[in-house]
Design a protein around this ligand. Structure first.
Ligand SMILES: *Cc1c(COP(=O)(O)O)cnc(C)c1O
Length: 369
């Protein structure tokens, strides 16, 4: 018997069909540019191995991870895909990258030197992406460094991509977008013929000039709205449920949870569900309403438990052992994140660990007759 078998656990359902549909939709918008998939941080908590396999089956050829270790894991699953490592070689890993056929994104001059040394060691040219910082001051060669390095690139390093990253892509009117685009355009004569990449999810929606030869969406694949303030063009991907452990029929005035912040009045019904901040259900989500808007969180979210006010639901709809829906449908992740004072990215990446993950996949369905 596996640990916990037979006992319901909080469950994260990941609709891989929706992930694939989202990738296809982005590809239609970005055509003729290639659309890669960013699957760093375990595909934003949803499971990089399953997500990437589904996308590869649909025809996605290029994947981005953050860490070398993530690349090694993905390589085991996708022997033929192109896998790029965003963190580059500053923390080491050149040998592993060469052995596992991972393409590092080189962010600093010394990383280029390191990769050239590795290439000499293995006796063949090795591919790399060059990352230019056009205005985010996070990772990447400065524009001046990029010019100097490109003019003097070691012959062992084969440049396969020149990329940069937008700081404000989800704000279409932000002047930094145009400034970054302009700085990348100013490097047009650098490594002529090498494909360019600038757009993340939101960048794709800034228009054709931002799409270049390759787009790098992450969060939009997972259903988060890449166009905040406008209708979400993506299909929802995740659904979150947790089992009810206990239901209280309140018969005397009292309170719910730590700090006694929620007044329980006679006649109320409070359900305690097995999900808490240790599962990635943030303590700051105390104003959320589960069950499609019918069951507000009652009191503070605990480590492993959360109270829901289920007074408005028919008795019997919520019983110990039943699963209740905490997050589902269009824009749920975005609205939940707003309630908790954060962004969909942070919500997704935190949900991954303690939940049972269930995947909906074409592959698991009976083949159509
Ligand atoms: C995370 C990341 C992306 C993907 O960003 P989304 O906003 O999730 O689409 C693309 N490029 C780089 C460099 C990144 O770090």
């Amino acid at each position: 018997m596996s640990p916990g078998e037979g006992a319901a656990r909080p469950r994260l359902t990941v609709d891989l069909r929706a992930v694939v549909a989202n990738w296809r939709a982005l590809r239609r918008i970005a055509a003729p540019a290639e659309v890669a998939a960013v699957v760093k941080a375990d595909a934003y908590g949803l499971g990089a191995s399953r997500v990437a396999a589904a996308l590869a089956r649909a025809g996605c050829r290029t994947f981005f991870v953050a860490r070398v270790g993530e690349g090694v894991e993905l390589r085991a699953r996708l022997p033929r895909a192109r896998i790029l490592v965003l963190d580059g070689l500053a923390a080491g890993g050149a040998e592993t990258c060469a052995a596992e056929d991972l393409t590092p994104v080189l962010n600093q001059p010394f990383e280029i030197g390191r990769w050239a040394g590795q290439a000499r060691g293995v006796g063949r040219r090795l591919p790399a992406a060059l990352h230019v910082d056009t205005g985010m001051c996070r990772l990447g060669l400065s524009v001046g460094e990029a010019r100097r390095q490109a003019a003097d690139l070691p012959p062992e390093v084969e440049p396969v991509l020149v990329m940069s990253h937008l700081a404000c892509a989800e704000e279409p009117d932000h002047p930094l977008n145009g400034a970054q685009l302009g700085r990348l355009a100013g490097l047009a004569d650098l490594l002529p013929g090498v494909p360019r990449s600038l757009a993340n999810s939101s960048g794709i929606f800034l228009g054709d000039p931002y799409r270049h030869e390759l787009c790098r969406p992450g969060v939009a694949l997972y259903g988060v709205n890449p166009t905040p303030g406008r209708p979400n063009p993506m299909r929802p991907v995740v659904r979150l449920e947790a089992p009810v452990l206990q239901v209280h029929e309140v018969d005397a005035p009292g309170s719910v949870g730590y700090g006694a912040t929620f007044a329980a009045r006679p006649g109320m019904r409070i359900a305690t569900v097995a999900v808490g901040y240790a599962d990635g259900f943030p303590r700051a989500a105390g104003a959320w309403t589960g069950l499609g808007g019918a069951a507000p969180v009652a009191g503070r979210v605990s480590m492993d438990l959360t109270g829901l006010d289920v007074t408005g639901l028919p008795p019997g709809a919520v019983r110990p052992g039943r699963m209740v829906e905490l997050l589902a449908g269009p824009d749920a992740v975005d609205r939940f994140a707003a309630t908790a004072g954060t962004i969909g990215y942070e919500i997704l990446t935190r949900l991954g660990r303690r939940f049972e993950r269930v995947y909906l996949d074409h592959e698991d369905e009976a083949a159509p007759a």
